[in-house]
Every structure is written in C-alpha cells, then in structure tokens.
Design a protein around this ligand. Structure first.
Ligand code: AMP
Ligand code: MG
Length: 347
C-alpha cells in the first residue's frame, strides 16, 4: 500500500532529522526528551465493548482534556445518535414505525454516516448492509453471548426468510437529511459504531503527539510509540489456540479494524453461529474467512470505512474481498478457515 509505505518513510525521515539536529543520546530517546510530555492511559465502556487509550501530549492538562473529550464524544455518539437500544437516540427514532411512511429529519452527522454506509452497500454488491436489524434481532447472537448460550435456539428458515423481507439498503428512501425506512426495517449501525467513534475522537487529538485508541476491534494510532518504536498491532488467532498469529507495524496515523467470526458467537449442537450475516442468505456468513483486518490512513471518514470494509470483506470472502480492499487502497490481513494468512497492500 503506497500511502502506508510513504508515511513510514516520512516518519523515519523526521526521526533522523531529530538526530541530526544535534540531540544527544540514543535516537529515539533524544527525540522525546526534546519536549516535555505527559501520558494519560485509561479505559471506559462504550457500545458494549471496552475503549482503552494511551495518549501523550505536551502537558498533563492537555492529555487530561483530550481524554475527557473522547469519553464525552463516545457517550454522545452512542446515546444520542447510534444506539438502537437507547430510547431517544436518532437511530431509535428512525427505527420507530411511522404510520404514513413520511421521511424523518435527522442530524447532518447521522445523514453523512448513513450515506457512507449506503455507498459501501452499493460498491460491495450488498455484502455490507446496515438495514439488517430485523435479522440481527431474530438471530439474537448478542443476547445469546450475554447468556453464555444458555437455552439458545437458532431461528427457523421460515422466520429467517420473513426477516429478510424487512431488510435491503436499496429500499431506504433518503433526500438530504430526511430519511424513511420501509415498514419493519431496523437500522443496525453495529458494524461501524467503533469506527465512527475513532473518526470523531480523532478530531479531538490535535494536541496528542503519540497515542493509540482501541475500541473493541477498531484501533487508531497517532504518531509512534513514546520511545520512537512503531505501534505493533497483533492479529488474534481466530481459533484461540495461540494469542496472536500475525502483526502489523505502523508509524503514523492509521485506523485498523478487525471483523472475526470468533468475536461474538454461540454454539448449538456442534454448530457455531456468529454475528456477521450474509445479506443474501440471512445466515451467518460462510465465506471461508474467519478474520479480516483492514488498515487505512486515518483521514476523515476512514474509521467508518475501515470498520465497514472489514465486515464487507468478511462476507465477500477472499477473492472479491481483496478486490474491494484494493479499490480503497486499503491494506488487509485475511485469515482463512484453514488457517492460511493472506496479506495484501501492506509492507
Ligand atoms: P463487525 O464486528 O464490525 O464486523 O460488525 C458486526 C456487527 O455488524 C454485527 O454484530 C451486526 O450488528 C452488524 N452486521 C452483521 N452483518 C452485517 C452486514 N453484512 N453488514 C452490515 N452490518 C452487519
Ligand atoms: Mg466492522
């Protein structure tokens, strides 16, 4: 991936410039000691997962301020906009049945997020689809995970076909910031919530020199590690047998998203049912992949995009997934059900 390689080169060049400026000691340390820094680490719960962060700024006050801002931005996103489980959020408002089918007004932000999702739905041939809420509810995987699989029964094929009737991104009618869903349709932003959070949090981090924010399977890097080393993002072994099976080294501002069938699933009578659905069948996607990691430059909007792409590629499988990744100049690491690791667009 050209862009990734270019930024790594830029980072190296800056690093060397720091040394030739006459600072003493070992390269990496001298760069950091050139300015006063303060680090802030912490974690909070967001969208049913943990957000953990490590952020280094020029002063403790700046580091503290950024942490407060990213916590607040996450809270607002979940409760005021994205969660379909919070009454009063914009998505809940959209999901409420409307008697006459008239369009409802939503914020420009949500309108932009939905537009980006619909564009990816079209480009991925429908593999990515935020209109699958009725299907997610029917399968109830999240609920089953919370109950540790107790008394879980997969839905009948008849019920799956009936839920599928209530899905379909191409049935959503929108004009500007007004939108109408067909009867029974439920929007589910679960595939992009963490990526959107990273985009919004990223707008608050101009005072951060080096940092990392990890929201469930989505991560944003800023610069490099305090100390000068690249960030190393481990790729989890989908089988759980070993901790990590691969890694990606990043220096610069990136977003990384992973979708995996091992993340949320329930087993019944020896069959695993996971949380990523194939909109064409209504069943958990079986594309031969068990994990998909997408790496992109952290430009505005790429948190959403990398999060959505990892889900889309998981559904599409290896060949079509690699094509889609290259259309977006995204780096990917795919792990197949047989344990093969495929890297593309990364150094
Ligand atoms: P992720 O872990 O980012 O791949 O997102 C998975 C979540 O996205 C699921 O828990 C569902 O809420 C939702 N989802 C499942 N299948 C799809 C799909 N094909 N397109 C969009 N969202 C999906
Ligand atoms: Mg995703």
């Amino acid at each position: 991936m050209g862009a990734l390689f270019a930024s790594m080169l830029v980072a190296t060049a800056l690093h060397l410039a720091g040394c030739t400026a006459g600072e003493s000691g070992d390269n990496t340390f001298s760069l950091l000691s050139a300015g006063k820094t303060a680090n802030k680490e912490g974690a909070f719960v967001l969208m049913d997962t943990y957000v953990s962060y490590s952020l280094t700024a020029g002063s403790q006050q700046k580091a503290d301020d950024v942490c407060l801002k990213i916590t607040e931005v996450g809270d607002r996103l979940e409760n005021e906009i994205l969660s379909r489980h919070v009454a009063g959020s914009e998505i809940s408002f959209l999901n409420e049945p409307s008697a006459d089918g008239t369009k409802k007004g939503i914020s420009d932000k949500l309108s932009d997020y939905i537009d980006s999702c619909l564009t990816l739905s079209r480009i991925s041939g429908g593999a990515f689809d935020i209109s699958l809420g009725a299907l997610s509810d029917l399968w109830g995987i999240e609920e089953a995970v919370k109950n540790e699989g107790t008394d879980y029964f997969p839905p009948s094929d008849e019920d799956i076909q009936a839920a599928l009737e209530k899905t379909g991104y191409d049935k959503i009618r929108s004009a500007g910031s007004k939108i109408a869903l067909p009867e029974g349709m439920i929007l589910d932003m679960g595939a992009v919530g963490k990526g959107i959070f990273l985009d919004e949090a990223g707008k608050m981090t101009k005072d951060i020199k080096y940092g990392i924010i990890a929201a469930g399977g989505s991560i944003r890097t800023i610069g490099y590690k305090p100390g000068g080393d690249p960030w190393i993002i481990g790729i989890k072994d989908p089988t759980g047998q070993s901790g990590t099976i691969d890694s990606v080294e990043l220096t610069g501002d990136y977003v990384i998203s992973t979708s995996g069938s091992y993340e949320r699933y329930v087993e019944k009578d020896g069959v695993r049912y996971h949380h990523i659905f194939d909109p064409a069948t209504g069943y958990p996607a079986e594309s031969g992949l068990s994990s998909v990691t997408v790496v992109m430059d952290a430009e505005y909007g790429n948190g959403l995009l990398s999060d959505a792409l990892s889900t889309a590629i998981f559904v599409l499988g290896k060949e079509k997934g690699l094509e889609l990744a290259s259309e977006y100049d995204a780096g990917v690491i795919l792990v197949t059900d047989d344990g093969e690791i495929i890297r593309s667009g990364l150094n």
